[in-house]
Design a protein. Structure first.
Length: 395
């Protein structure tokens, strides 16, 4: 068979054409890449290792300084005793003294926690002296130090007082033995007692020996989950007539002689009903009682009624415990809110009578008293709140 040279030449020609096209494409793409790089570089801002101070940095520095001053206040340091000195536009020196009754670890923790909680950074922290009589802490943002803090622990440093009212409910549902443990804590506090609890009579008899314990009536009221959840004998129900509501309130008060106020036990449904609350509050007003609503979210439901009667509901600042909380969580709340009390006339805490809460209070109250925390009964706490008493003034 004859072989034609034409076929060979055709294959060479095709190969050459492919090479030319491929080369052209590469050159074209290369030109495009160069053009795009030039355009992009025109708009690119070089990134510095340390960004210059801008408004956001200044704001952050102010937030850090506020956190330091608040921590100092929590440690009982008077505002006038804090020395602030700007070394430069970028660094501020803060000096103050704390009473040496406060352990260095406790002081250090309070300062560092305050900074970390607002997103600041601890750059350095060290103690001087074998007993940690001086603390030096450098704090700031991630890339720079904004404040250097010098804290001296001195025996004569002023320790500003704080005032805390502890309000314990559910007495009567727990044994007289447990009640007596609370009554022997050695501090003024307020016990809210169920009028028809299983152990109410025992509690009232024991209470006669402890006049420093203030008495409230823990008024059982209908919850949303009733009757699945039942507050017990003597519960005030939404289905009752006006006369029945008033009578049941009177009966409950009479079972707790010496009481000066009342609080709701459960009652999420009853306290949302203006008619029910009108007749409850009217009896309390006539008895010159204080009313404290342990569910402050319900207060708006009967705001008009309470205004009409002239009995403003008082509220608690913090629920100290709950069945799901661990001992550590309760202790943290206790210390946190006791220290926060230095920034307001009083902090009112509510808890439920239990072995766990008793153990926490019995172990920590003596320590908190050393730290300048004064425990007062609820009526005195309400008076401080009402008149806006300054933190440094005794009632």
């Amino acid at each position: 068979m004859r072989k034609y040279k034409y076929s060979k030449r055709r294959k060479k020609s095709n190969k050459k054409t492919v090479i030319i096209i491929a080369g052209g494409t590469v050159i074209f793409l290369g030109i495009i890449v160069i053009i795009m790089a030039v355009i992009t570089n025109k708009h690119r801002i070089p990134k510095n290792e340390f960004e210059p101070i801008v408004e956001s940095d200044t704001t952050k520095s102010e937030i850090i300084e506020t956190a330091i001053l608040q921590a100092a206040q929590r440690l009982g340091v008077p505002e006038k005793s804090i020395n602030i000195n700007e070394k430069s536009s970028q660094l501020t020196n803060i000096q103050f003294a704390v009473n040496n009754i406060l352990p260095s670890e406790f002081v250090n923790y309070q300062i560092q926690s305050a900074i970390k909680n607002i997103g600041g950074k601890i750059h350095d922290a060290k103690e001087k002296g074998w007993d940690g009589r001086e603390l030096q802490i450098s704090v700031g943002t991630d890339n720079k130090i904004t404040h250097k803090i010098k804290i001296q622990r001195k025996p004569r440093a002023v320790l500003e007082p704080a005032f805390v009212s502890i309000f314990i409910e559910n007495f009567g549902n727990t044994s007289g033995t447990l009640a007596k443990k609370f009554f022997t804590l050695g501090i003024p506090f307020t016990a809210s007692i169920l009028p028809n609890g299983q152990y109410t009579k025992d509690v009232m008899k024991i209470l006669e020996q402890y006049p420093h314990v203030e008495r409230f009536v823990n008024l059982p009221m209908e919850p949303m989950e009733y009757p699945r959840i039942n507050p017990g004998i003597g519960t005030i129900l939404v289905s009752m007539s006006d006369k029945e509501i008033a009578q049941r309130t009177i009966e409950s008060i009479e079972k707790i002689p010496g009481a000066v106020g009342a609080s709701n036990y459960m009652g999420s449904k009853a306290t949302e009903n203006p008619r029910v609350m009108y007749h409850v509050l009217k009896v309390l007003k006539n008895s010159e009682f204080i009313w404290i609503d342990v569910n402050p979210s319900n207060e708006n439901a009967y705001a008009e009624v309470s205004s009409q009667i002239g009995l403003k509901p008082q509220t608690v600042d913090i629920q100290l415990d709950s069945p799901k909380m661990t001992r550590e969580e309760i202790e943290y709340k206790l210390y946190n809110w006791c220290l926060n009390a230095r920034s307001q006339p009083v902090v009112i805490m509510k808890g439920r009578a239990s072995d766990t809460l008793y153990k926490i209070l019995s172990e920590n109250i003596p320590i908190l008293q050393k730290y300048g925390i004064n425990f007062i009964c609820l009526t005195k706490g309400i008076e401080r709140r009402k008149h806006g008493v300054e933190r440094s003034k005794n009632i």
